[in-house]
Design a binder for this molecule. Structure first.
Ligand code: GTP
Length: 443
């Protein structure tokens, strides 16, 4: 999916170059000569590099700034050399032997294009461009939520309908209902709430599947309403620091981009900090989100000390009077212990700069991972002090029931849900909407 994201950002820059047309009309050896002269330039990120910031008390955990500066200069010199070797200056292209260019005329004059023996993958016939597809009407976010939760809701309502075929409500059916609610990841507590409510209303009477799904939806609303809260920003303490944590691939960086778009779109000054120094693409990805959302950006070298980056980011956001600083973090390091230690250090370092920082610690949860999400909350909550959740990928094959179980157990606010990869695909969490979507109940 990240590749799709980059295609979206870079699509406009990938127009077909005229060289490709020249290459298709030359013979095989000619093509090799021309191709060797026009290899594409390797992408070297033009990120603002902050010399690896090191706190006095953290000296033992990171290389000193000097060694880093020299290393940065060497890196830049090295990357310049690489660029020069691979990307010939424009006048070098003039060195393409004249014979090649002349050969082009004679080749096309002597041998009809249809008879040139081209290597596999090339053709001389004109490529017929497919008709552009009519733009598809984008589903509303609620339609995408319903679609994402369809597997859970259809399974639940189907099993409930099969269980309650005009039967009098008795202990056996209540027990079977409890089992299927637990299998839908709703959690034991919510399953017992639903069977308890149903029993008090309909025990010993006829009950239909609709009765059960209605009561189930209303009990889920009662569990979710207390956690459906807006993310409070304390703008008296600028910058309001939002630390985003979560397992790799759960949508941290994407969610940060979406949050930045909402905040900067409402006129707030936002700074993004690439605290995931473990994955190069994450640094570049966040830089792209910063550019797209008009946010400030601070990054550092791959492998640099993330806590030091967080320290510098806070200082820079303060100096630039940013309203909100959003810090990305690594979703994985060599091992979980290292990851947890890094998160603890980031929180500790921020706390030295502002006793209340980080003001919000958001954890992203991937809705398609089901029960795993519960385990992840337990781990990250203890280490980083998670005080809010974002459930992402609810437009995918979500197993959204787990959010109900997490809400019942942890009572953590769920601020937003992700319903797509787009910058606008982040919606405030609504208890009613979610309950209706999961119970397959229409408004
Ligand atoms: N369909 C869908 N895809 C999403 C959503 N949120 C994020 N993604 C995709 O999930 C993939 C991972 O997202 P990232 O933001 O890179 O996740 P991350 O947690 O930062 O990953 P690491 O940097 O590896 O820790 C990307 O392809 C995103 O486009 C969502 O709500 N819906």
């Amino acid at each position: 999916m990240a590749i799709g994201f980059f295609k979206k950002v870079f699509t406009f820059s990938s127009e077909k170059s005229t060289d490709a047309i020249v290459v298709e009309e030359l013979t095989a050896e000619e093509r090799e000569a021309v191709a060797a002269a026009s290899l594409p330039k390797p992408r070297t990120p033009d990120l603002p590099v902050v010399a690896d910031p090191v706190l006095p008390e953290e000296m033992d955990t990171a290389g000193g700034p000097a060694s880093d500066d020299a290393k940065v200069r060497d890196d830049e010199k090295a990357s310049d050399e690489v660029e020069q070797a691979v990307e010939p200056d424009s006048n070098e292209l003039d060195l393409v032997p004249l014979s090649l260019l002349e050969a082009e005329e004679t080749a096309s004059a002597e041998v009809p294009a249809a008879e040139i023996a081209l290597p596999k993958g090339f053709s001389t016939s004109k490529i017929v461009e497919p008709e552009p597809e009519a733009p598809q009407e984008k589903l509303s976010w609620f339609q995408r939520l319903k679609a994402g939760l369809f597997r859970t809701s259809s399974q639940l309502t189907g099993q409930i309908a099969a269980l309650f075929t005009k039967r009098k409500l008795d202990d056996d059916t209540l027990e079977e209902l409890e089992d299927l609610l637990i299998q839908a990841d709703l959690g034991v507590e919510t399953a017992m709430r639903v069977t308890g409510a149903l029993s008090s209303e309909r025990y010993g009477k006829d009950v239909t599947g609709e009765d059960v799904t209605r009561i189930m939806a209303s009990e889920i609303v009662k569990v979710l309403t207390p956690v459906a809260k807006p993310l409070a920003l304390d703008l008296n303490h600028k910058p309001h620091v939002i630390l985003v944590v979560g397992v790799n691939g759960t949508g941290k960086t994407t969610t940060i981009g979406k949050l930045a778009a909402k905040l900067s779109g409402s006129g707030l000054k936002v700074m993004l900090a690439a605290g995931d120094t473990f994955r190069a693409a994450a640094i570049e990805q966040l830089k792209i989100w910063a550019d797209r959302t008009g946010s400030g950006f601070i990054g550092t070298k791959l492998g640099a000390d993330a806590a030091g980056l967080a320290y510098d980011a806070f200082e820079k956001a303060k100096a630039e009077k940013s309203d909100v600083l959003i810090i990305d973090t690594a979703g994985r390091l060599q091992n979980k212990t290292e990851l947890m230690a890094e998160l603890e250090k980031i929180v500790r370092v921020l706390g030295k700069l502002d006793p209340d920082a980080p003001h919000t610690v958001l954890q992203t949860l991937d809705a398609t991972t089901g029960q795993n999400a519960m385990n992840q909350v337990e781990i990250f909550r203890n280490v980083a002090g998670v005080n809010g959740l974002v459930m992402t990928k609810l437009d995918g094959t979500a197993r959204g029931g787990i959010l109900v179980a997490i809400a019942a157990k942890h009572k953590l606010p769920v601020y937003f849900i992700g319903v797509g990869e787009g910058v606008d695909d982040l919606e405030p969490f609504e208890a009613d909407d979610f309950a209706r979507a999961i119970a397959g109940v229409n408004p």
